[in-house]
Design a protein around this ligand. Structure first.
Ligand code: SF4
Length: 471
């Protein structure tokens, strides 16, 4: 029996791809190896959003080969789509399979398995359906299967469990790809056009998770606000949320990230109308300087973004509001950076995700001549992170004494800590006094802070069964 191991990198979307691949392989009777060293095949599912993501993948592949020179390595994911030849030169790599051909990995293994026991299935796509780019002439032994990602119509998805140290909040990717062209971003070139999971499928998957005992679920995508615009008939994201609320028993639904201009007044009203939608908006900002937003080809300006934040605050005074910010985009001056800091300072953000600008081949920004020196980028990123931490600490302080409904995540991994980790609707980590099973609703009053967590005591316990069956 062929055993496999999937080495995961990257965002939730990439992890969803890895989970879908795992399901495909399991459905065909393969088994998951206990570790990479016991596997016949290791799939390295890569990310390419930054140069350091690329470096991590290369490093992992070299280590895999050094530890076990006989293991067959398949490299797939976004880096494989972007630079297959670069990866094919690495030691031990047998195949490089782009996102364009990811769904055909089980078939590829079947055709190339040395084992007669490799499970066969009649429902594989014929390999003739695959039209890989022609292999460049070289000495490499790895085979490359990469095609035009913009032709890709399929959306592989399966719920992802785990991440953030818990297995109680599955993530479902419902949209992939992006039709925008932000000048710094490589994602559209490695994930293709925006495509969406049909609403009936989304509802079926969420209902299945609910029946399995899950209480909070996370919807993810590359550009979630564009959900459904590719479907016929077209569906709006807000419409999908309404259907989920009406047709499923999901207790709490969280939206992972949504572009600011897709956060409409109606969407905010919907969030304000029910406790079943987590009070949490993560809206990529990238810069607070209009000049830089224009150079990034972002389609809003600082004042538009600010208006969305104010609308959220008016209707949901305690909602989490988070943003992605890029430090050191080409041409960013000290004044631009100061404008971003001032913009963030002035708005009620509750956390920030700060990224140092990373030059991505093939993007418009990569060929600009005014790149910011690395040391300056690092310093600006540090300043933004420090500001983000201050804002997050202030938000935690503001929640002291309020009653928060939290979901327990898992038993504490640290024996010295007596308490149960939990997450609130407004994306606050709590450490709740006492030991509680995972996946339990508790009403908690935070009374203090420890590191990045609030400390709290239970005022009410929801005694519904909390055990999870396999979804
Ligand atoms: S919206 Fe912009 S940053 Fe986001 S995935 Fe699309 S191109 Fe990239």
């Amino acid at each position: 029996m062929t055993t496999f191991y999937i080495e995961q990198f990257g965002c939730r979307a990439t992890q969803a791809d890895g989970a879908a691949l795992e399901r495909q392989l399991l459905d065909r009777g393969c088994t998951v190896a206990r570790g990479r060293s016991q596997a016949d095949i290791v799939v390295v599912n890569t990310c390419t959003v930054t140069a350091s993501a690329d470096a991590q993948a290369r490093d992992a592949i070299r280590k895999l080969h050094a530890a076990n020179p006989h293991v067959r390595v398949i490299v797939t994911g976004c880096y494989a789509q972007r630079a297959p030849e670069e990866l094919s030169e690495l030691p031990g790599v047998a195949w490089v399979v782009g996102n364009s051909h990811k769904a055909q990995i089980p078939e590829l293994l079947e055709r190339n398995s040395p084992s007669p026991e490799f499970p066969r299935s009649d429902d594989f796509l014929p390999l003739s359906a695959i039209s890989p780019l022609p292999l460049a002439q070289s000495e490499r032994s790895a085979e490359i299967l990469v095609g035009d990602i913009f032709e890709q119509q399929t959306l592989l998805t399966t719920p992802v469990f785990g991440g953030e140290g818990n297995h109680t909040r599955p993530t479902l990717k419902i949209q992939d790809g992006c039709n925008s062209r932000c000048s710094f971003c490589v994602i559209p070139f490695v994930r293709g056009k925006s495509r969406s999971l049909p609403p009936d499928t989304v509802i079926r998957e969420l209902q299945r998770l609910t029946e399995a005992g899950y209480r909070e679920m996370v919807l993810s995508g590359i550009n979630l606000g564009t959900y459904g615009r590719d479907l016929s008939p077209r569906v709006e994201f807000e419409e999908l949320l309404r259907r989920i609320l009406d047709e499923t028993a999901v207790e709490r639904l969280r939206v992972s990230s949504i572009e600011p201009m897709d956060v409409t007044r109606d969407l905010i009203e919907l969030f304000a109308s029910t406790a079943r939608l987590a009070q949490h908006f993560h809206m990529p900002l990238q810069s607070g300087a209009d000049r830089i937003l224009a150079a990034m080809h972002r389609w809003y300006r600082a004042e538009h973004y600010a208006r969305r934040v104010e609308l959220i605050r008016e209707r949901l005074p305690h909602a989490a509001i988070g943003a992605d910010v890029i430090a050191g985009f080409p041409g960013e001056t000290e004044e631009d950076h100061a404008a971003t800091l001032a913009f963030i300072e002035a708005l009620p953000f509750t956390y920030l995700h700060v990224f140092s600008y990373s030059k991505r081949p093939g993007t418009k920004a990569a060929v600009l001549s005014n790149h910011v020196p690395g040391a300056v980028v690092k310093r600006r990123a540090r300043e933004l992170r420090a500001l983000g931490e201050r804002k997050a600490a202030a938000f935690r302080q503001a929640q002291l004494g309020r009653e928060l409904r939290v979901l327990t995540l898992h038993a504490s991994a640290d024996d010295r800590i007596v308490g149960t980790p939990a997450l609130s609707t407004n994306y606050l980590r709590l450490l709740v006094e006492g030991v509680f099973p995972a996946n339990q609703w508790l009403d908690v009053k935070p009374s203090g802070c420890k590191g990045n967590s609030l400390l709290g005591q239970v005022s009410e316990v929801d005694l519904e069964p909390s055990s999870l069956r396999t979804a």
